[in-house]
Write a protein that binds this ligand. Structure first.
Ligand code: BDR
Ligand code: CA
Length: 306
């Protein structure tokens, strides 16, 4: 199996993505590292431990990383989507984390996995890129051990937090700039342009709910997120953003990428956090198409295995 690190800010779609990784024999989930994002770092860290416990893998090490972005101090939140506790009001209904977070912290834990792995490691960041940017800065010697970085984030079209910017990019544009423009790192970006076309409707949620006690718990977690999509977009369908990126990490080639340099707007104006194709720099593989029905069915079938 491919050694995998998930860097995450759970988050409802993050929770689905973690369950998906645990359910998939193609990957060996070596560590889950956490970052500020949908809710504060202490909460995302606890949520990661809870979701792993729910998934039946309380042994996967969890390590906390950045509580705020690299340069500017304001850590944003997405509580309107994920609820005040990050898991749609159901965090405390999940089992408690089995252990305290690894005291070495996210960057050291990621470095340890990279050092110890016999094969190239896939890193799937599904939140702000702060921890990954720090890893690249602190441990350039470990970059050759990274097989791929598959990031959920960015948008070539409209944003979801401002007109221009997607949430994960907007949370820490300087970190995103670092990760997307470092020549020796193979990055696949899974932007909103794709994930907004991969939405799960009521039948999908009902099938999740019917798929055993873990599926039922996860379906409860999805409820608030589903209501938020209804309010914001007027549709009864939820984007699985992070789960789609993690499926690509599990099954390379699931999504169809196009190579292009991507610039990240790091000024403080209205474009802040926009991910703009073109210009100079290494090609980022931007996933823009997929068989959406097959992706949704695959995520459901895998999570149902738990
Ligand atoms: C991204 O933002 C977060 O709210 C989700 O978890 C996902 O990672 C989508 O823009
Ligand atoms: Ca996320």
């Amino acid at each position: 199996p491919i050694p995998l690190i998930i860097d995450t800010d759970p988050g409802v779609d993050d929770a689905i993505a973690l369950m998906l990784a645990v359910a998939s024999p193609e990957v060996d989930l070596r560590a889950v590292t956490t970052v500020f994002g949908n809710v504060a770092l202490t909460q995302t860290t606890r949520n990661a431990g809870r979701v792993l416990a729910l998934a039946g893998r309380p042994d996967v090490p969890v390590a906390a990383g950045a509580a705020r972005p690299l340069v500017h101090d304001r850590a944003e939140r997405a509580e309107q989507w994920h609820g005040g506790d990050g898991l749609g009001g159901h965090a405390s209904a999940l089992p408690d984390p089995a252990a305290e977070p690894d005291p070495r912290g996210a960057v050291a834990v990621m470095a340890g996995v990279l050092r110890d792995a016999a094969e190239p490691v896939t890193i799937a960041p599904i939140g702000p890129l702060t921890n990954v940017a720090l890893l690249l800065a602190v441990h350039p010697e470990l970059v050759p051990r990274i097989g791929r970085i598959v990031w959920m984030g960015g948008s070539l079209g409209a944003g979801n937090v401002t007109g221009a910017a997607e949430f994960n990019a907007h949370c820490d544009p300087e970190a995103a700039h670092r990760v997307l423009t470092q020549a020796d790192v193979p990055v696949t970006m899974v932007p909103l342009d794709l994930t907004h076309r991969c939405t799960a409707g009521p039948d999908w949620v009902a099938a999740l709910d019917a798929g055993g006690s873990r599926g039922h718990r996860l379906a409860e977690v999805v409820g608030h997120y589903r209501a938020a999509f209804r309010t914001r977009y007027g549709v009864d369908a939820v984007a699985l953003h992070d789960a789609v990126a993690v499926l690509e990490a599990i099954r390379p080639g699931t999504l169809r990428p196009e190579g292009m340099p991507v610039q990240v707007a790091c000024d403080l104006g209205p474009a802040r956090g926009a991910t703009v194709p073109g210009g100079e720099g290494p090609a980022v593989r931007v996933a823009l198409d997929a068989e959406f029905d097959a992706v949704l069915a695959d995520v459901l079938e895998r999570v149902g295995r738990l």
